[in-house]
Design a protein around this ligand. Structure first.
Ligand code: XIL
Length: 362
């Protein structure tokens, strides 16, 4: 470095400032959120184990909440009737505790990522109501009980409602009946009376499904059960749902008196995966995201956070479903770009767009 007498420090500071502005990492989302709303990310096992050290640094810097992308799902934590697995799960919870983050549990009861043995009875027949209730209670008591006082809130039931608003024809429902959701909330509350309990689902910007979810949570409330919040997953596209639909859904969900959280936010940049589709159509951004799309994504995130910040008193949490585009579940063999950081862990224009909206909220 050229050193003019007395100017070395200033040059060094100037260089550092340019580097950090270029990296865009001098600012942390968690420092810009309004009081009462946390911001988080779903982390994978390489992150909670600490193997992916660079991602750990970014998560630690940017977020004050974590969700487990897969580790606390039934098949991960309870793969066989007589076997629970807790090693990596304990590390996930400790990861959050070490950093004073809000630690979420996802999820207890779902029709996916649940082993087949759960639903099997004797003689290859489907398990009956009493068997399923016993298994549900054992699972919830064991998992929620282990992390009592350490997991802030649980997605107790995930995706129980169909697009038409009726209860989904899932094995838990078929085997137990309509009150299976209530039973899950009852067992979770027994296992940790201080934990927050949530119902979590997607497509809540669609009126019929939203109405079904609101009916369901009102039924839980009418039964006198503890329920603290509704998780709106927020797996959205560039153009849909519209911000008007997002705002309408938020207003109605808030109308239940519950906390609203955006629990799995990402923006799918790809068309629906079709069979035998021309690769140029099915995987259009294999070579990179064109600038126009990059800017469209930034605007989309700005618009979404504009709605969130206009009603931030109603929103207790915003969680991205993955840290960088490399981590996203939406790739599935294609190149997707749904998140705020790119595959090199560099902030995208969408990151800056969110920062700008959050700064205007102060
Ligand atoms: C996804 C994970 O991201 C993937 O790694 C896994 O293979 C499938 O599940 N709704 C949910 C999440 O509630 O648990 C899902 O996570 C995404 C959709």
């Amino acid at each position: 470095m050229n050193r003019l007498p007395g100017s070395g420090v200033c040059v060094a500071i100037a260089v550092a400032a340019v580097v950090s502005v270029a990296a865009g990492q001098d600012v942390a989302l968690k420092d810009l959120m309004p009081a009462g709303t946390v911001i988080g990310v779903a982390i994978n096992q390489r992150q909670s184990d600490g193997t992916d050290a660079a991602s750990v640094d970014l998560i630690t810097k940017q977020f004050n909440q974590i969700s487990p992308e897969n580790l606390l799902k039934f098949e991960s934590v309870h793969p066989a009737a007589d076997r629970y697995v807790f090693e990596a799960q304990d590390r996930y919870v400790q990861f959050g505790a070490d950093r004073k983050m809000q630690v979420i549990g996802h999820n207890l009861i779902w029709h996916q990522q649940t082993p087949a043995w759960v639903f099997q009875g004797a003689d290859g027949k489907p398990a009956d109501r009493e068997t399923l209730l016993t298994r549900m209670r054992d699972h919830i008591h064991t998992v929620v009980g282990r992390y009592k006082g350490r997991i802030h809130g649980w997605d107790v039931v995930n995706e129980a409602v169909d697009e038409d608003g009726a209860l989904r024809k899932a094995p838990w429902h078929e085997g137990i009946g309509d009150d299976y959701v209530a039973k899950a909330f009852e067992f979770a509350h027994e296992a940790d009376p201080d934990a927050e309990l949530y119902y979590n689902d997607y497509n809540l910007e669609k009126a019929a499904k939203r109405a079904g979810v609101i009916r369901l949570v009102k039924d839980l409330q009418a039964r006198g059960l503890r329920i603290d919040g509704i998780g709106n997953q927020g797996h959205w596209q560039l153009a849909t749902p519209t911000t008007a639909e997002i705002e309408q859904a938020l207003t109605e969900l808030h109308g239940t008196g519950l906390k609203v959280m955006y629990s799995e936010l990402d923006i799918n940049m790809l068309p629906p995966a079709g069979r035998n589709a021309d690769p140029a159509v099915a995987n259009p951004y294999a070579g990179g995201l064109p600038d126009e799309q990059q800017q469209a994504l930034a605007k989309r995130y700005a618009d979404i956070f504009g709605v969130f910040m206009a009603h931030h008193d109603w929103i207790s949490r915003v969680t991205f479903w993955g840290l960088t585009d490399a981590n996203s579940w939406l790739n599935r063999g294609r190149a997707n770009y749904p998140l705020l950081w790119d595959r090199q862990r560099q902030p995208k224009p969408a990151f800056q767009a969110v920062v700008d909206v959050l700064r205007r909220t102060h």
